[in-house]
Write a protein that binds this ligand. Structure first.
Ligand code: PHE
Length: 329
């Protein structure tokens, strides 16, 4: 038994050294370590030994087995790293990992769609500042000094004079101060209101203002333009209504509602925009002669438009930056 153990140990070491590939190594493994290999057969022989010899050889055999296994593992590692190791395991036929491409935010897409419709009608695009003065946000728009919209509840005031604009209408004033009629422009931008945050209202949102001033602009034109727009944006079967309303800077004023029927729920009217004929006081404020000129104006909420068009039920989703939401558009 002693002799066999030494022999096997020596021949194993010799053969292991001469091995030069993983394939050869596998042959050595089969010869020595597999179920019918030389080492397991020694264990078979061990069973036939007389009782008193068993402790000694049991120990020796276990040592042999462990040392052979260890040496085998070490050699295997050596050969694997020499032949490229892990790199060899890369399967080049697997499909690649795609990089996800970003998309424009749904609000950007909606704004662009609205812009492109009005550009097609000859409107240009104009923008104004988000930090506004009370003068432009309210005064020039014919808000009386005690109008409730000036209340701290709705407006984020910066100081006595400045605030975050509560609508895009001040851009109308800035434009009319600069450009003589005829003028036709849309004015997209971010607006801010100090309202309780809920599924329906957020502290900031976006509007697109529209303004058309010329010598003979009529309410009929305003109506025609907005109806065309609603059909373009929501589809030609859209159900809409004009409802009389009030804004300090338009007279007469109206609001447009869209019939909204979410799947499985009861339908209802939802307001999408405010509009009206520019109040003569506003024209006079900017030095446009209200005897010779008339104009129409409208202002729509972009979030509201997108929510209706795409069935988005919570305005906060636009601002969460959750990929699961953004990816859908
Ligand atoms: N500025 C109004 C609002 O924010 C909307 C509006 C714009 C109404 C232009 C009439 C004309 O509610």
């Amino acid at each position: 038994m002693d002799k066999k153990i030494t022999e096997i140990s020596e021949s194993f070491e010799k053969e292991l050294k001469s091995v030069s590939s993983l394939k050869d190594l596998e042959e050595v493994r089969i010869k020595y370590l597999s179920r019918k290999g030389l080492i397991p057969s020694l264990f078979d022989e061990f069973k036939t030994l007389p009782k008193e010899e068993k402790p000694k050889y049991g120990k020796l055999l276990n040592e042999l087995k462990n040392s052979v296994q260890e040496k085998f593992n070490a050699r295997k590692k050596e050969l694997e790293s020499a032949s490229g190791g892990e790199a060899k395991k890369i399967d080049l036929s697997l499909p690649g990992r795609r990089k996800k491409l970003g998309t424009k935010h749904i609000l950007t897409q909606t704004t662009e769609e609205i812009k492109s419709f009005f550009k097609g009608l000859g409107f240009s695009v104009y923008e104004g500042p988000e930090v506004e003065s009370d003068h432009y946000n309210f005064e020039m728009l014919n808000f009386p000094p005690d109008h409730p919209a000036r209340d701290m509840q709705d407006t984020f005031f910066i100081n006595e004079k400045f605030l975050l604009r509560t609508h895009t209408s001040p851009v109308q004033i800035r434009l009319m101060e600069k450009v003589k009629p005829p003028l036709r422009a849309i004015m997209p931008g971010r607006v801010f209101r100090n309202e309780a945050i809920s599924a329906k209202s957020y502290c900031l949102f976006h509007q697109v203002e529209g303004l058309y001033v010329d010598t003979d602009v009529t309410f009929a034109e305003l109506k025609g333009t907005l109806i065309q727009f609603a059909k373009h944006f929501f589809g030609k079967n859209v159900k809409y209504r004009f409802r009389p309303s009030f804004f300090p800077f338009t007279e007469p004023s109206a609001e447009v509602d869209i019939w909204w029927e979410p799947k499985g729920k009861e339908g209802r009217w939802l307001e999408i925009l405010g509009c009206g004929m520019v109040d003569p006081n506003v024209l006079n404020n900017v030095g446009i002669d209200s005897e010779n000129y008339t104009g129409y104006a409208f202002g729509m909420g972009i979030e509201r438009m997108a929510m209706l068009k795409y069935g988005i039920s919570d305005i906060r989703l636009f601002y969460d930056n959750d990929n699961r939401f953004l990816e859908q558009f």
